[in-house]
Design a protein around this ligand. Structure first.
Ligand code: ATP
Ligand code: MG
Length: 703
C-alpha cells in the first residue's frame, strides 16, 4: 500500500481538496487521513453516512472521496459506485477523474482512471448476474424485460389462467405488475401490500398469488428477467455466504449516492456485500425522498447507524448551490413537512431576486411566458443549457413543446421516455432480443407477427417449437407456415434470423435486422419516413456499445434521454434547453429554473391525493424542483385548465388553485406577478379568471 503523503501537486498549492469545507473534508478523508492508522485498513474504513440537504455538496464530496481513495492507492477496479442513473455515474467518473488529474499534476485530465463498476443498482446487478449465471443456475443469455414487456407477459399469464374473464373485473395487467413489483421491492407479503397500497384489490389475493407464481414460472421458462429480478436475484445470490464473501471481496469500497431513494432490497444487497459496513459510504437527504411509490424507503437512511453499529454520521449544513432568497423559500416549504429531520441549511450566496410566483391565464400562456423568459435569458447571455423547465408529469410539457418548436428553440426532454416506447423501435429491438434469446416469448410474438400473414396462433406454434429446440435456426427453417404466409417471406425471415444467430458482429447485426425490417415498416406504417429517422438514430446509438448484449441490456435499463422528432436538430454539443420531469432532475442544477403547473391537482398530483404520506412525497417533489435553481426560480401558476370531456360535448375549463404547499403565510418569500399584465385600458381581468364562459353558453344552446 503506498504511503499517503499528499501528491506533489498539492504541495504546490493546487490542492483540489482545498475548496472543501471542514465537514466535506472529514467525509473525504474518512478512514484515510490522519485519523486512520494504518491508512486504508484491510477491511476498509468504518461505515459512513453523509446526510445533508440539497445543494450541500454531497455528490461533490462523493466524487472527491473517490478521487482521494484512488490517490491514496485504492484500485479503481475495486470501487463500486452506485448512482441513480448511468448519466450520474458518468458525471461522477468525470468529476473524480478531474480531481485525480489535478492531484497528479495533469491538467488535461488524461489518464483519469475509468471506474468500470460505476452504475445503477440495476445495471451493476445485470452485469454480476450474467457473470455468475453458471453458478446460480441461470442461463447466461437471459434477456431483460422493461416495464412494458413485463406488463405484456403479466397480461399473457393472466389470460392463460383465465383471470381476464372473471365476472367481476380482475385488476388490469399494469396494476398486477405494480402490486407484484411492490411486494418484491419492499420485501413485504402480498397481503401487507394489498392492505396498505391496493385495498380495492384485496379480494383478489388468492388469484393474484396464483398469477404471480405463474408469472415467475413463465420468466424462468423463457429465460428472461424483469427489472425487479435484477435486484431480487442479486440479493438472492448474496444469501449464499460463500458467494457473498467472494463478491463482497471484489470491492474495497462501496459508495452510494441518493441513498434516500433506495428500497429494502437495495439495502439488503449492501448489507450482504459489506456485512460490517467496512468500506461502505452512503449519502442522501431524507427531505428529497421521492420514490416511495416504487418501494423506496427513507428508513434505509434513518436506520443506517443502527444497522451498522460502528457507523459514523456526518452532516453538511452549507448550501453552495442557491442564492439566499431561493434557499429561504425552499427551506420554508420543506419546513412545513409533517415529519422532518431538521437540517438548517445556510448559504453565503447573496442575491436579492426572490423566486417568482407567476400567475398566467392558462397553459398556452404558460408556454408563451416560459418561452419568452428563456429567450430573454439567452439574450442576456445565459446559455439554454443553463436553464431548465421542470414538471410533475411528462405530459405537462406538451403545450410548451409545441411553443418551443414554433419558435425554433432546441430542447431535450428527460423523463417520460418515449423513444424506446415507439412501436417501430420496439420492433427492431425485439428482433435483436429474439436472436439473443429465442425462448423469450414477448419479443418472439412481436417479431413473428411482423411477418405478413402470421397471426397470433401461428406465432404461438412457432414459439412452442422454439421452446424446446436445441437449434432454434433449424427449428424455424423446418417449420411449415400456413398458406397465408408467402414462402419467400418466411425464408427471408429465417435467413435473417440465422445471420443474427451466427454472426454476432456488432453493430452489423443491427443493420441486418434493420434491412429485413424496413419493408415491414413501409407496409405497416403510414408515416414510415419519420420512423426511419428514428431507426437511424438507433443505429447511431448502437455504435457506442461493445456488443449486442450490452446494447440491449443498457438500453433497457437506462434508456436514452427521450428524443423528440426535433432531436435530429439537437446534437449533444449544441445549446439546448432542458425539459425534465422533477423525478429525472434529481441531483442536477441550473442557473434558471422554471417549474410548470404549480397548482393543486398537478403538484400535489390528483393521482396522489390519497394518504398523507403521498401528499408529503409531493411536497418533497416540489422541494426537489425548487432546490435545482442556482439564481433564478420561477413557479408558474396557470389559473385555468381546459379539459376535454367525452360526456359533455366540447371542452370546458376548470379553475386551478395555487399549490397548497405554498401557504398564504409564505407568500412574502416570493415576488408575485401576473402575466400578461392587465391591459392599460378597459376593464382589468377578474383575479380568479372570467366569471362567465360566454362561448360555452352559446355552445350549450346547440348541444
Ligand atoms: P443534491 O441534494 O441536489 O443532490 P448535493 O448535496 O449532491 O445536491 P452537489 O451537487 O454535490 O450537492 O453540489 C451542489 C453545488 O455546490 C455544485 O455546483 C458544487 O460544485 C458546489 N459545491 C459543493 N461543495 C462546494 C465547495 N466546498 N465549494 C464550492 N462549491 C461547492
Ligand atoms: Mg447530489
Amino acid at each position: 500500500m503506498p504511503a499517503l503523503a499528499r501528491a506533489p501537486a498539492a504541495a504546490r498549492g493546487d490542492d483540489p481538496f482545498a475548496d472543501l469545507n471542514a465537514e466535506q473534508r472529514a467525509a473525504v478523508e474518512h478512514g484515510i487521513g490522519a485519523d486512520a492508522a494504518p491508512p486504508l485498513l484491510p477491511g476498509g474504513p468504518a461505515p459512513l453516512l453523509l446526510v445533508a440537504g440539497a445543494g450541500s455538496g454531497k455528490t461533490n464530496t462523493l466524487a472527491h472521496r473517490v478521487a482521494r481513495l484512488i490517490v491514496a492507492g485504492a484500485d479503481a477496479q475495486r470501487l463500486l459506485l452506485l448512482t441513480f442513473s448511468r448519466r450520474a455515474a458518468q458525471e461522477m467518473e468525470r468529476r473524480a477523474g478531474r480531481v485525480v488529474a489535478r492531484v497528479l499534476g495533469r491538467r488535461d485530465g488524461a489518464d483519469a482512471p475509468a471506474l468500470p463498476w460505476a452504475g445503477t443498482f440495476h445495471g451493476i446487478g445485470a452485469r454480476l448476474l450474467r457473470e455468475y449465471a453458471p453458478r446460480i443456475g441461470l442461463a447466461p443469455g437471459f434477456t431483460i424485460h422493461d416495464r412494458g414487456d413485463a406488463e405484456d407477459l403479466m397480461g399473457l399469464t393472466r389470460l392463460e389462467l383465465g383471470l381476464a374473464e372473471t365476472a367481476k373485473r380482475f385488476p388490469h395487467k399494469g396494476t398486477c405488475l405494480a402490486i407484484y413489483s411492490r411486494v418484491v421491492n419492499t420485501c413485504a407479503s402480498l397481503e401487507q401490500v394489498l392492505q396498505s397500497a391496493y385495498p380495492w384489490c384485496a379480494e383478489w389475493q388468492a388469484p393474484l398469488k396464483r398469477l404471480f407464481g405463474a408469472y415467475v414460472e413463465a420468466k424462468a421458462a423463457q429465460n428472461v428477467l424483469d427489472y425487479d429480478d435484477l435486484l431480487l436475484f442479486w440479493a438472492g445470490m448474496l444469501e449464499d455466504a460463500g458467494l457473498a464473501a467472494e463478491i463482497g471481496e471484489r470491492f474495497d469500497h462501496v459508495l452510494v449516492d441518493e441513498y434516500q431513494d433506495t428500497n429494502r432490497l437495495q439495502a439488503a444487497i449492501l448489507k450482504r456485500l459489506k456485512p460490517d459496513g467496512r468500506g461502505l459510504m452512503v449519502v442522501g437527504d431524507d427531505a428529497q425522498a421521492i420514490y416511495s411509490f416504487r418501494g423506496a424507503t427513507v428508513r434505509n437512511i434513518l436506520d443506517f447507524p443502527a444497522e451498522f453499529g460502528a457507523a459514523r454520521v456526518l452532516t453538511l449544513e452549507r448550501n453552495y448551490r442557491s442564492t439566499r432568497p431561493i434557499l429561504d423559500a425552499s427551506n420554508t416549504l420543506i419546513g412545513r413537512a409533517a415529519e422532518r429531520h431538521a437540517k438548517a441549511l445556510w448559504t453565503d450566496r447573496g442575491g436579492t431576486r426572490a423566486p417568482q410566483l407567476v400567475a398566467v391565464p392558462d397553459e398556452a400562456a404558460q408556454a408563451r411566458w416560459v418561452a419568452e423568459r428563456v429567450l430573454e435569458e439567452r439574450e442576456g447571455g445565459l446559455a439554454l443549457k443553463a436553464q431548465a423547465v421542470l414538471f410533475r408529469t411528462a405530459s405537462h410539457s406538451a403545450a410548451l413543446e409545441l411553443e418551443l418548436a414554433r419558435r425554433d428553440i432546441p430542447f431535450v426532454k428527460f423523463g417520460g421516455l418515449k423513444f424506446l416506447e415507439a412501436a417501430h423501435i420496439k420492433d427492431l429491438l425485439a428482433i435483436l432480443r429474439m436472436a439473443e434469446n429465442p425462448q423469450g416469448r414477448i419479443a418472439g410474438l412481436r417479431v413473428l407477427r411482423l411477418i405478413p400473414g402470421v397471426g397470433p396462433v401461428t406465432a404461438a406454434r412457432v414459439l412452442d417449437r422454439l421452446d424446446t429446440a436445441a437449434d432454434p435456426g433449424a427449428a424455424l427453417a423446418t417449420f411449415l407456415p400456413p398458406g397465408a404466409v408467402a414462402p419467400q417471406e418466411w425464408q427471408d425471415f429465417v435467413a435473417m434470423f440465422a445471420a443474427l444467430r451466427a454472426a454476432r458482429a456488432w453493430p452489423a447485426d443491427l443493420e441486418a435486422a434493420r434491412a429485413w425490417y424496413l419493408p415491414q415498416l413501409e407496409r405497416l406504417y403510414d408515416d414510415a419516413g419519420a420512423r426511419r429517422a428514428d431507426l437511424d438514430q438507433l443505429s447511431a446509438l448502437a455504435a457506442g456499445y461493445a456488443s449486442r448484449e450490452r446494447f440491449l441490456t443498457e438500453l433497457t435499463l437506462d434508456p436514452p434521454e427521450a428524443t423528440s422528432d426535433r432531436s435530429d436538430r439537437t446534437h449533444r454539443d449544441d445549446d439546448y434547453l432542458v425539459l425534465s420531469t422533477i423525478h429525472s432532475a434529481k441531483g442536477q442544477e441550473w442557473t434558471a429554473v422554471h417549474v410548470l403547473n404549480v397548482v393543486d391537482g398537478c403538484i400535489p398530483s390528483d393521482m396522489a391525493v390519497g394518504t398523507r404520506e403521498e401528499i408529503e412525497e409531493e411536497r418533497r417533489l416540489l422541494y426537489v424542483a425548487m432546490t435545482r435553481a442556482k439564481e433564478r426560480l420561477h413557479l408558474v401558476v396557470p389559473q385555468r385548465f381546459y379539459v376535454t370531456q367525452q360526456a359533455v360535448r366540447g371542452d370546458r375549463h376548470v379553475y386551478a388553485a395555487r399549490s397548497r404547499f405554498i401557504a398564504d403565510a409564505d407568500l412574502g418569500r416570493y415576488e408575485q406577478l401576473a402575466w400578461p399584465p392587465a391591459p392599460a385600458s378597459g376593464l382589468p381581468a377578474a383575479p380568479g379568471g372570467p366569471v362567465l364562459d360566454i362561448r360555452r353558453q352559446a355552445r350549450a344552446a346547440w348541444a
